[in-house]
Design a protein around this ligand. Structure first.
Ligand SMILES: Cc1cc2nc3c(=O)[nH]c(=O)nc-3n(C[C@H](O)[C@H](O)[C@H](O)COP(=O)(O)OP(=O)(O)OC[C@H]3O[C@@H](n4cnc5c(N)ncnc54)[C@H](O)[C@@H]3O)c2cc1C
Length: 307
């Protein structure tokens, strides 16, 4: 639908964002860590809250579908593309500032950069997230976590925007953080910025711990291939990777998508995978694990579009 009217729509969107921030038929394989996926009908870069506060209510009123993209590191977009407006944050929303023991980071900032800034300022508590290849916005939505840490432990508040374009602060308990989830997964809110409350620490120790975690990742995870990290959530009482390995699926391949031989919890793109291959492999793994162990594997990866 949006496809047919996208040139017209483009003119409308120029009321809210500069013309050079709007692209048509943008390949999502350039914006996802799986390196797969068809085109988004319209792709918009929003640089600040003001642009968003015009854009979002407009799209909502017109009933145009839209999707907030972080770094696409937990996202599988259909090969048929996304028929709507893909919004990526940038500009002012990429800023990071330090206020004492607090770091206030825009949703478009990378978790890796926040971790570096924390280290430079001798602030500890963010190390666990230094190797998660997502944005602050995506990290908050997913309550991203690793090595016994997760966003919920260090978030003080999050500034969000609703569909009416109003922005307001949600304090940590209002974020309804859970395992790989938060209120932003359940309600149509946009993360604008987040305050992380950290602790004073020793720069050398922080840097050394980040390096140790990076090295553990390199050893255990197939970082040399495109993926979206752990494909499945951890089922209660089990480890997804172990179940998949025990089901005999290590290295199992559909088209260019493969159950990683290094870490069975990762589906990887060996080079020529399409999103359909990845999707079919996910479904195959789920079926096998269900029939062998009666465990339902739930994808952690977000599926977008028609599969
Ligand atoms: C190699 C590798 C390792 C990984 N390791 C980990 C790990 O250790 N722990 C972990 O938790 N995850 C891990 N991940 C998964 C992923 O990096 C995280 O889930 C990350 O938080 C996703 O952030 P993103 O910016 O890429 O979000 P995206 O994948 O772009 O989006 C994820 C969801 O967030 C929403 N979203 C993004 N930004 C906003 C915003 N500003 N406002 C509203 N909604 C928004 C999107 O609409 C989507 O629903 C890994 C991925 C890879 C590829």
């Amino acid at each position: 639908m949006v496809n047919m009217i996208s040139t017209d729509l483009r003119n409308q969107l120029e009321q809210f964002v500069p013309a050079e921030n709007i692209k048509l038929q943008e390949p999502m394989s350039s914006h996802t860590s799986f390196r797969t996926g068809g085109e988004a009908d319209v792709f918009v870069l929003a640089e600040n809250g003001e642009q968003l506060s015009g854009l979002i209510p407009y799209l909502h009123e017109k009933d145009y579908p839209f999707f907030l993209l972080g770094f696409g590191s937990n996202l599988l977009v259909s090969d048929h593309g996304y028929h709507g407006i893909m919004i990526k944050l940038s500009g002012e929303l990429d800023r990071i500032r330090v206020e004492g023991e607090r770091i206030i980071a825009g949703a478009a900032a990378s978790l890796a950069r926040v971790a570096r800034v924390a280290c430079e300022h001798g602030l500890t508590g963010f190390e666990f997230a230094s190797g998660i290849p997502g944005s602050v916005g995506g990290g908050i939505v997913m309550n991203a976590g690793a090595y016994d840490g997760e966003m919920s432990q260090i978030v003080e508040w999050v500034r969000v925007m609703d569909l009416a374009g109003r922005s307001f602060r949600l304090e940590n308990p209002q974020m309804e953080f859970g395992y790989r989830t938060s209120i932003v997964k359940k309600q149509p809110l946009i993360v604008l910025e987040t305050a992380f409350k950290l602790q004073p620490g020793q720069r050398e120790q922080i840097a050394a711990y980040m390096e140790e975690l990076a090295s553990r990742r390199r050893q255990k995870q197939p970082l040399e291939y495109p993926s979206a990290g752990s494909t499945f959530k951890r089922p209660e009482g089990y480890f997804a990777g172990k179940l998949i390995m025990d089901a005999g699926l290590k290295g199992y391949q559909i088209g260019g998508a493969q159950v990683s031989e290094k870490h069975c919890g990762f589906v990887i793109n060996t080079g020529q995978a399409t999103s359909t291959h990845v999707y079919q492999l996910i479904e195959h793994v789920r079926m096998q694990v269900k029939s062998k162990y009666d465990v339902e594997l739930e994808p952690e990866v977000i599926l977008l579009g028609d599969f």
